[in-house]
Design a protein around this ligand. Structure first.
Ligand code: FE2
Length: 366
């Protein structure tokens, strides 16, 4: 067996009403929370109200920043941190999909280092305030990963910050997902699937991460029909949340790989939701991957016969596709080739023509 390290410090509370049932947990945090979320969803799905109830029940103050956009920019994170500093908050709560949870981690670092500018996010390890995560989609896994992805407009893409920040507590309640649209449900679910696949095929995969992925794939498989039909029972919502969190545990060890590195450009340049961007690239990525034993194991867990069948499934589960040109393909390929850190998660030698082929198959062929 290959030697490996496994670190998973996340403290998770799972199940219906887990925030209200565990209000006492909030007592161990600071005096004043910065609640970080988007404009709408946390109000509509009830997560914000539950957090406020729990905080107030144990005498904690709070202030709200509800302007996190999808794929949050460094500028937005800095703006939220300025409010956090002015209000003397001493812990941060991210509610939402990956965007608010990832933003909460970056904000927690900036508030804890008030003299430093945003370059600290990409610098040496630095302290951060405690973070609580409340996922309201089942895709990103941010509640169990150390990752925080932000948009860098000057580089025209998204990037992981260098600081590794795990949430100190996360609350996983599928009731917050009940009003999610079918497109968000499916796009985020496919994000979770791609986390499982990429972690499994990563150069950093290890014995534990592989076993965890296999469990995640089995759970995801039980949701596949519901995703295709766009009919989600509460039980399916809960399974999707578990699959997504398990996928988070896997990528926290093994990282993501090519579809994520390549998909960031589709999101930045064409506004394609993150999960869909990865899903579009997945079949061609798996075709390129040399170790067919592992590829076939993934298919077996998903109860699929071939990569073509998986590709067809992904097409049906994802929404309409956008138009791309050969010029787009060349630009994306050139940019991804610069992302040496991400390419290192691919266990074999890679040339620009390999990436170009994956893009061409995924974006230009009908
Ligand atoms: Fe992702």
């Amino acid at each position: 067996m290959k030697a490996f390290e496994f670190y998973m410090p996340a403290h998770m509370y799972c199940g219906k009403d887990c925030i209200l049932e565990n209000k006492e947990v909030f007592r161990s945090f600071g005096k004043k929370a910065l609640i970080v979320t988007g404009r709408q969803s946390a109000k509509v799905n009830g997560a914000q109200a539950d957090i406020v109830t729990a905080l107030e029940s144990v005498g904690k103050e709070w202030v709200l920043f509800d302007e996190i956009e999808e794929n949050p920019s460094v500028e937005t994170v800095v703006r939220a941190a300025e409010i956090g500093k002015a209000e003397n908050v001493d812990f941060v709560i991210g509610i939402g999909g990956g965007s608010p949870m990832d933003a909460a981690k970056a904000i927690a670092c900036l508030v804890a280092n008030p003299e430093k500018d945003s370059s600290i996010l990409f610098g040496e390890p630095a302290p951060h305030l405690p973070v609580i995560a409340v996922p309201t989609t089942a895709g990103t896994g941010s509640e169990t990963t150390q990752f925080s992805i932000v948009t860098l407009h000057e580089k025209r893409t998204k990037s992981s910050i260098a600081q590794k920040i795990f949430a100190d507590a996360s609350f996983l309640d599928a009731k917050y997902m009940e009003k999610l649209s079918s497109s968000t449900t499916n796009n985020t679910a496919i994000d979770a699937l791609t986390h499982l696949i990429e972690a499994y095929l990563s150069a950093k995969a290890n014995f534990f991460s592989d076993k965890i992925v296999e469990i995640g794939l089995d759970i995801f498989q039980e949701c596949m029909e519901a995703l295709q039909e766009r009919k989600y029972s509460f039980e399916i919502r809960e399974k999707l949340m578990m699959a997504s969190t398990i996928a988070g545990i896997a990528i926290a060890q093994a990282g993501t790989s090519l579809p994520h590195a390549m998909g960031y450009f589709l999101t930045y340049e064409k506004n394609i939701p993150h999960g869909r961007a990865n899903g579009i690239l997945t079949q061609a990525y798996m075709e390129l991957f040399s170790d067919k034993t592992k590829v076939n194991k993934i298919l077996k867990h998903l109860k699929m016969e071939s990569l073509e069948e998986l590709g067809e499934y992904l097409k049906k589960a994802l929404d309409e596709r956008e138009e791309f040109t050969m010029e787009d393909v060349r630009y994306y390929t050139e940019e991804v080739m610069k992302n040496k850190a991400k390419l290192a998660s691919y266990p074999y030698a890679l040339e620009a023509k390999d990436l170009e082929e994956v893009y061409k198959k995924s974006l230009l062929m009908p």
